[in-house]
Design a binder for this molecule. Structure first.
Ligand code: GAL
Length: 741
């Protein structure tokens, strides 16, 4: 291999990484060097050569990509047919200008950026959704309070408001300069201003590129096109296997119990939920279900859980699933310790061995043990903890692994590997799972896990929800504890409109009814989530079949951030608060599915602004007109979380119950229509627990509202075309909005 060192002007010959002969700069060498440089394509920037891989998706290989990458680790398999359904998309012409350079063992990428483009994505960020002019060192870690790239899912994927997305498929720590760093040969040179006298002087002049530094000799990159940011995200998710379709019970309510709870304590907990009339679908057992942790034995504690199989069976009979906490670091007291030891990394984590999960043998050892002692007795899922960081807890970057992967690469993919493994075990049993994980990365769309963390800022949790929608991951703004009843209620209201409605009371055993003054409201919102399950389940089916995430940042909503002003408005931000608000950053409201806009309230807040996209929007609770293409100021009171439905929106509801619907349960459906326009909703259904939907065992029922004779609206239910039946009967229409409005 020949490498060129730009700075010393010398060439290195690197024979199998062992011999290194340096030839000093001389005139003959210089000529020869130029020949070598151009032949090998090193050091100088060259154009990225994009090749089509699917409709609207292109890839390029720069230098020599490494054998492990994020998509391989995630096991992502493109859903070719679903991608074909979206149709073709033109290559974003500007991206022909993408450049790459491999030099001194590093790869540098440069993608063009226009003046009016905004960028989204680049990891699970908690502070911002607009990522232009930011720098990220994408690095799996526990989020530490600033959006610097160190986070639970540092996904190297960005979506442009101009309708394309770029994925850097590398398992290294990457640095992304998202429109910072102005080159001297910039196509849009900044106007030089005198800071002494000119108040418009800009400390961060606009850059014409996104630049990426990868500490490796090559990388594979992908380009996703789309007519809108949403279409880009759809292609990204479908390319990665389509979004996960959780079991129905996964969308019900979950409570995690204190570490040292025994099976008797859990029984009492379930009784208490039932007595209080509070929904509960699965219980999370924290570290103490094991004989020892940390490090983990993965073996039931005989004192606290004398009969795990009997206990799991009893819980299942009561309609309650069990989720087990673990981190993958193996205790000397674990039954698999000796056998797995040769297949573990050089360093320990909390004195536990770190299995090299890229190898077949440790995978098999894990699988045999976990299947026998957990899945076979009825455990329904896992919480995969501490696969993210912090630095002084996890293995250091100098760690080595038997597969030859570096500590750095292993860190970037470990969460993916654990998710994929456990998901595969359940898949083999034709049983769906839905769990929690603290680290993920690109390629995770199809993995049945929701990210959580120990950070606890309610507002930032909502921003993370918005950001999750760009990068193919799910996030839960879990509720742990609160200082006041108000905070408790506000957090509970938010979590009920997220991918996992979770109370994580491992530290102090807080219950939904801990604050009696808001017990009624907390119960109401939890039951509202249970009522909305057909709608939420359909939003997940859209994630799976069409790639549309269930929770959506406003910037993914069609027309939301268009440059055309909302109806009747002006683009001038002083005269048009809508345009001004969008430009500022919208990160405290989001869409759940196609029709529902969620605007959480935070403790201490009695009013808030809600940005209603173009069109007409209606209050979910009353059906009254709320506005459209404008910023409204609301004072909703404590009882309810503000929810709005778009004009023509159809929301199906089942009766509020304490458990999610069972696979043989037949339910009546209330179908609500909002607004004055005709509407249509394709309601998804299947057995809710198996993977039979992969073989066509599912149904789409069409719920539509048509208008006849001026204002009279009528609802119609069209049974599925493929002959499959849904679980819904007895349709009752509710026209929420006075049609004369
Ligand atoms: C933390 C985790 C918590 C809880 C705890 C138990 O690392 O984030 O949710 O599971 O461990 O020890």
């Amino acid at each position: 291999m020949i490498l060129f060192d730009e700075f010393t002007g010398s060439i290195s010959y690197n024979y199998h990484m062992s011999k290194n002969i340096k030839i000093q700069h001389c005139s003959i060498c210089a000529i020869w060097l130029l020949i070598v440089m151009s032949a090998a394509g090193f050091a100088q920037e060259s154009r990225v050569v994009w090749k089509p891989v699917a409709a609207g998706i292109w890839s390029a290989r720069v230098g020599t990509p490494e054998s492990i990458d994020l998509l391989k680790a995630a096991g992502a398999e493109p859903r070719t047919q679903a991608l074909a359904k979206i149709g073709a998309a033109a290559f974003p012409a500007l991206l022909h200008k993408s450049k790459a350079r491999v030099s001194r063992g590093q790869t540098h990428l440069r993608f063009p950026l226009q003046e009016d483009e905004q960028l989204y994505g680049l990891g699970l960020n908690f502070k911002h959704v607009l990522q232009r002019k930011r720098i990220f060192n994408l690095h799996v870690d526990h989020y530490g309070g600033s959006d610097n790239g160190r986070t639970h899912a540092p996904v190297p994927f960005y979506v442009s408001s101009s309708g394309y997305g770029i994925l850097i498929n590398s398992a290294h720590y990457l640095t992304v300069y998202a429109g910072t760093g102005l080159r001297k040969d910039s196509e849009r040179p900044a106007k030089i201003k005198d800071r002494n006298t000119d108040r418009t002087w800009d400390a961060q002049p606009d850059s014409d590129s996104v630049e990426v530094l990868i500490p490796a000799k090559g990388v594979e990159i992908f380009l996703f096109a789309g007519r809108s940011p949403m279409e880009v995200v759809q292609r990204y998710n479908l390319f990665n296997g389509g979004g996960v379709l959780p079991p129905k019970w996964g969308l019900g309510f979950t409570q995690r119990v204190p570490t040292l709870f025994s099976s008797d304590d859990v029984r009492k907990e379930v009784d208490a939920f039932d007595e209080h009339g509070f929904p509960l679908d699965f219980v999370g057992l924290e570290p103490g279900w094991q004989s020892k942790s940390y490090p983990c034995t993965f073996d039931w504690d005989k004192g606290r859980f004398p009969d795990p199989a009997g206990f799991a069976k009893e819980m299942l009979e009561r309609g309650v699933r069990l989720n087990l906490w673990l981190n993958p670091y193996i205790s000397p007291d674990s039954p698999i310790y000796r056998e797995i030891k040769p297949d573990t990394g050089s360093h320990t984590v909390w004195n536990g061995l770190v299995p090299d999960l890229t190898l077949a043998r440790p995978q098999r050892i894990f699988k045999q043990f976990f299947m026998k002692t957990h899945l076979d007795i009825g455990v329904s899922g896992y919480k995969i903890d501490e696969v993210d960081g912090y630095d002084n807890w996890l293995w250091p970057d100098v760690a080595s692994f038997p597969s030859g992967l570096s500590g750095e690469q292993m860190r970037q993919i470990y969460g993916l590997l654990m998710q994929r493994q456990t998901a595969d075990w359940f898949h083999q049993r034709n049983q769906r799972t839905y769990g929690l994980v603290r680290a993920s990365n690109a390629g995770a769309s199809a993995l049945p896990f929701v990210i959580y963390n120990d950070y606890y800022d309610h507002r930032d949790f909502i921003t993370a929800l918005c950001n999750s929608s760009f990068i193919g991951v799910l996030w839960t703004p879990e509720v742990r504890a609160s200082k006041t009843a108000e905070e408790w209620l506000r957090r509970m209201q938010s979590v009920c409109f997220s991918p996992m409605a979770m109370l994580n009371a491992w530290a102090d055993g807080t219950k939904p009814w801990t604050f009696p003054e808001v017990e009624r409201q907390v119960k109401e919102v939890a039951l509202l989530r249970m009522r909305l399950l057909p709608y939420i389940y359909t939003a997940f089916a859209q994630y799976h079949f069409e790639g549309k995430p269930p929770v959506r940042a406003m910037y993914l909503v069609e027309g939301f951030a268009d440059k055309s002003a909302p109806a009747g408005g002006k683009l001038d931000s002083t005269a048009n608060p809508y345009a001004a608000a969008i430009r500022q950053e919208v990160k405290d409201q989001f869409m759940l599915g196609d029709s529902l806009l969620v605007a959480p309230m935070f403790a201490g807040q009695s009013s808030r602004k809600v940005i209603l996209p173009q069109g007409k929007w209606y209050d979910f609770y009353t059906g009254d007109y709320a506005g459209g293409g404008e910023v409204i100021e609301i004072k909703p009171g404590l009882d309810r979380i503000p929810l709005y439905v778009r004009d023509g929106g159809i929301i199906p509801l089942i009766p509020g119950a304490l458990r999610s619907p069972g696979s043989n349960e037949i339910l009546p459906l209330e179908i609500r229509h909002y607004g004055v326009s005709e509407g249509r909703f394709n309601l998804y259904d299947d057995d809710g627990v198996t993977f039979d939907y992969e073989n066509g065992k599912y149904s789409w029922t069409t719920l539509s509202v048509k208008k006849s004779g001026g204002t009279r609206a009528a609802g119609e239910v069209t049974q599925p075309a493929n002959g499959q039946r849904s679980h819904y009967r007895d349709f009752k229409w509710a026209f929420m909005t006075n049609q004369k409005n």
